[in-house]
Design a protein around this ligand. Structure first.
Ligand SMILES: Cc1cc2nc3c(=O)[nH]c(=O)nc-3n(C[C@H](O)[C@H](O)[C@H](O)COP(=O)(O)O)c2cc1C
Length: 541
């Protein structure tokens, strides 16, 4: 039996599909005068300016994922600032003519950045404990509430470990301003990207980031004191997830918080006014309706058991982990003749497999629910065509039975879940199904992320959001791996959903394509000038 909640969520999904003859509902033009500010400020809060890293953590490419090489750093303002700089900070400013815009370490659909972060920190250096909002523009923490030392002590006793807490939230309006009703999907992709960014950056400091999956969204709102904040209507922040960040090690971290700690946090006095982001907001009602239905209730203890696996190929790139993170950018055009080495291609795919004790999937969001449909255009020693990368072997028979019967399902590598479905030139099709965007067809390969859908939402409607988070996390791995291997990637949120399903032969919603990606030899736009991320703080921009 499918609940009304699940039915309504699936209705949202159907209503926000792009079709060849009709895009999902949006304004249809850019209302520049109402463009939301991508940086939120909590006005009238004490500002704790954070230092920028003088030296990046030394981790190598594989140190992004592996923990053993990254010695745990102490929790200090400097290290937490470094963690924020390398997860959610600015990565650059771009300029073209008289326009300037900032880019961030975490990518975002349309560069609109719906994701915000709040931290619950202990007393550090000279600073008392508190609940803070991170402002990436000025790389500073806005102190929204004071945290009594004994309350922090209760948190330490509960976790049996030192560390700190971080909550991600989303402001839907920032995305719906441009993308209308489909924006709820993009906010969730972005949350997934941000979650992976947290996990990678934490790892560079020898810390681990774990998703506290027992808490409800209402509890997160309470912890953040949102009932004490007057948000302008439609500019509210909607909580996504609470993470605990602690020194990596074989410890069993609780995934919830005791009720008394939640109520003590909720009863703190919160200061600060959330600033106004736009002159006028548009109410894309279906987003708020779906968000209410997809709110997470409190749930029981869940542990996600991930497999231990060796890397398929040992192909570390020459860049350090921090360089990879800092130089990540979305490609805007590709050189279609740019050929790509097969081992690198396999190594990129391999990194998307979840592994025990490895970033980023050991945040333990979910067991793998998403597979990769690959449009291979130009990978040396691999016939161009359609391939399938199975991230969970148990789904093989089900997916195979749902797909076109003439697919080959020929294993491409020994002990590696890559299957050739059909040979041929799929450049045109890849481009066509990605809203006619060249980047999907001119790259070395592009990807459709095919997630187990109806069963997950029917069982637990709130996991509709988690499916998008998982795809965002995979997208972040693809972005970083592309950089590590000297190529470049781009997330693709705009695609014709059912046209993708048709290529595979999927005729129902047991699986759905939720996000696309493309990787290749990037062609840079010579009209753009790049500036360093934080020169504006020195007034020398
Ligand atoms: C969820 C998501 C969807 C995206 N969809 C598209 C897309 O359809 N087409 C495109 O050219 N870029 C797309 N992008 C790339 C963004 O436009 C890009 O991340 C943003 O402009 C910031 O630039 P940066 O990634 O270089 O920091 C997407 C990015 C994300 C995270």
């Amino acid at each position: 039996m499918i609940s009304d909640k699940a039915k309504e969520i699936i209705k949202y999904h159907e209503a926000t599909k792009h079709h060849f003859e009709r895009y999902a509902r949006s304004l249809g033009y850019m209302d520049w005068s109402n463009q939301p500010n991508p940086f939120r400020t909590y006005k009238n809060t004490p500002l704790l300016k954070l230092p920028l890293l003088k030296t990046d953590p030394p981790a190598s490419h594989t140190g992004l994922y592996e923990r053993q090489k990254n010695a745990p750093q102490p929790f200090e303002i400097e290290t937490i600032a470094g963690f924020l700089e390398l997860s959610l900070g600015l990565s650059a400013w771009k300029a073209a003519g008289s326009s300037r815009w900032s880019l961030r370490i975490n990518p975002s659909s349309g560069n609109l950045h719906p994701t915000e972060a709040h931290l619950i920190l202990p007393a550090l250096d000279e600073q008392p404990g508190g609940i803070y909002h991170y402002n990436a523009l000025v790389h500073a923490l806005e102190r929204r509430a004071d945290l009594p030392a004994d309350l922090w002590q209760s948190l330490v006793s509960h976790f049996g470990n030192h560390g700190f807490l971080l909550v991600l939230t989303s402001i839907f309006w920032r995305e719906s301003w441009k993308y209308g009703e489909r924006a709820f999907r993009y906010c969730n992709h972005d949350a997934g990207h941000a979650l992976a960014c947290l996990s990678f950056a934490a790892n560079l400091f020898g810390w681990q980031c774990v998703f506290l999956n027992e808490l409800s969204d209402e509890e997160l709102e309470a912890i953040l004191g949102f009932d004490q904040v007057h948000f302008r209507k439609l500019e509210e922040e909607h909580p996504d997830c609470l993470c605990f960040i602690f020194p990596s090690g074989p410890v069993d971290i609780p995934r919830g918080l005791p009720a008394d700690i939640i109520s003590d946090l909720a009863n703190l006095t919160f200061k600060g006014e959330a600033d106004i982001l736009s002159q006028k907001c548009v109410d894309w009602e279906i987003i708020y309706h779906t968000a209410r239905l997809a709110k997470k209730p409190p749930t029981g203890k869940t542990r996600i058991e991930l497999e231990r696996r060796k890397w398929l190929t040992d192909m570390p790139g020459p860049l350090s982990a921090a360089d990879i993170i800092r130089q990540r950018r979305s490609a805007v055009a590709f050189d279609s003749s740019g050929f790509f080495n097969k081992n690198k291609f396999l190594s990129i795919l391999d990194k998307t497999l979840p592994r025990k004790n490895m970033a980023p999937f050991d945040v333990e969001l979910t067991e793998p629910l998403t597979h990769l449909l690959l449009f291979v255009h130009n990978v040396a020693d691999l016939a161009p065509g359609l391939y399938f990368f199975l991230r969970r072997n148990a789904d093989f028979n089900e997916i195979k039975a749902l797909c076109r019967s003439d697919f080959q399902w020929a294993p491409e590598e020994k002990d590696f879940p890559l299957y050739r479905l059909a040979e041929g030139n799929y450049r045109q099709q890849a481009m066509m199904v990605s809203c006619h965007q060249d980047i999907a067809g001119s790259s070395a390969f592009s990807v459709g992320m095919i997630a187990k859908f109806k069963k997950i939402i029917t069982a637990e409607p709130y996991r509709y959001r988690h499916l998008f988070w998982e795809t965002g996390m995979i997208g972040q791995v693809l972005y970083l791996e592309a950089e590590a291997h000297g190529v470049r990637g781009t997330g693709i949120g705009c695609f014709f959903d059912d046209a993708v399903h048709e290529i595979l032969g999927l005729s129902d919603n047991r699986y759905q394509s939720l996000y696309h990606f493309t990787i290749g030899q990037s062609i840079e736009d010579p009209r753009l000038t790049t500036y360093p991320p934080y020169n504006h703080l020195k007034n020398s921009f």
